[in-house]
Design a protein around this ligand. Sequence first.
Ligand code: NDP
Ligand code: PYC
Length: 338
Amino acid sequence: MSSTAIHLPYADLVTLLERVFVNNAVSAHNARILAENCARCERDGSLSHGIFRMAGYVSSLKSGWVDGQVVPEVEDVGPAFVRVDAKGGFTQPAFFAARPLLIEKVKANGVAVLAIRRSHHFSALWPDVEPFAEEGLVALSVVNSMACVVPHGGKKAVFGTNPVAFASPRAGAAPFVFDQASSAIAHGDVQIAARAGHDLKPGMGVDREGQPTNDPNAILDGGALVPFGGHKGNSIALMVEILSAALTGGYFSGEFDWSGHKGAQTPFTGQFFVVIDPARGGNDIFAERVAGICDLVLESGQERLPGDRRHATRAKAEKDGIPLAAELHARLLAMATD
Ligand code: NDP
Ligand code: PYC
């Protein structure tokens, strides 16, 4: 962080990001949703998917690759199944359009799925699932992205970085939430390492000849990432393609063609959710049981649980404001008017 860092209250950052989106042909409704999502990532220190992504959002919008104005179409297709056609717009407005019906179905049936297709997801997944757990529900979501991950033992990038996020209520504490790419590292973090001039840890990617490399530039320049955990992460990445694309009716990570849109950066794929009401499990101390297993993990010596770092960063930002380099703040102001 630059020595000239400023600290913005969350609400001010949302307003600024909203102005950037509106200035780049996003409807006021969609801009608010996207700005809140991005500001939440920045507030929680999810820096690979916070303000860092604003240039990519704007570049994709300017290229005509994504439609910021579109109104998604929500379809009620079964007692426990909601489907949304995002029609080439961002995923988050499609998700918010479907959310009330999804929750109604979860309450009625104990479980429901949401399948979003023809959508652009350019953010972290935890903001999508964490609020379900805050409302007492268990949620799992997956999204596929753009082909930059070579299958285990394979030669050509097929998978996206395909994250999986899970959220569960936990008694006496913030929900248990994890959100992780199925690649050894998120593409955003490779870009950040390249900008900072840092090598990656071994085992994260290959160069354009398929040789292992720690150089983020070699990965970005014709190389690829690998799944985390060898063949096991490979199967998770494949499952994400099946759920997010085959099942939703969206594109696989290697299937969409953005070559006609110079500057396009947002993957045009799909997203899948399953949301469960744990009260149907017949165990009225579910949240206490979750707290119990989390405590056992910590007592066994794991330093922290997933989400703890985010919540600590959030608490600091709520007290001191969200830290932002002055130059970055100036760039955002320019993006809101240029
Ligand atoms: P990380 O490896 O940084 O973290 C993955 C998870 O592990 C987080 O829940 C994190 O919690 C937790 N964690 C990290 N370190 C520890 C530790 N030492 N002990 C316990 N838990 C730990 O994330 P990734 O690099 O895999 O992904 C980064 C982001 O990129 C995600 O938010 C993901 O959704 C996003 N992404 C989005 C894509 C898209 O298509 N939209 C594609 C790929 C990735 P904590 O957050 O508290 O550190
Ligand atoms: O960081 O891997 C990533 C990513 C892909 C799409 C959005 N984020």
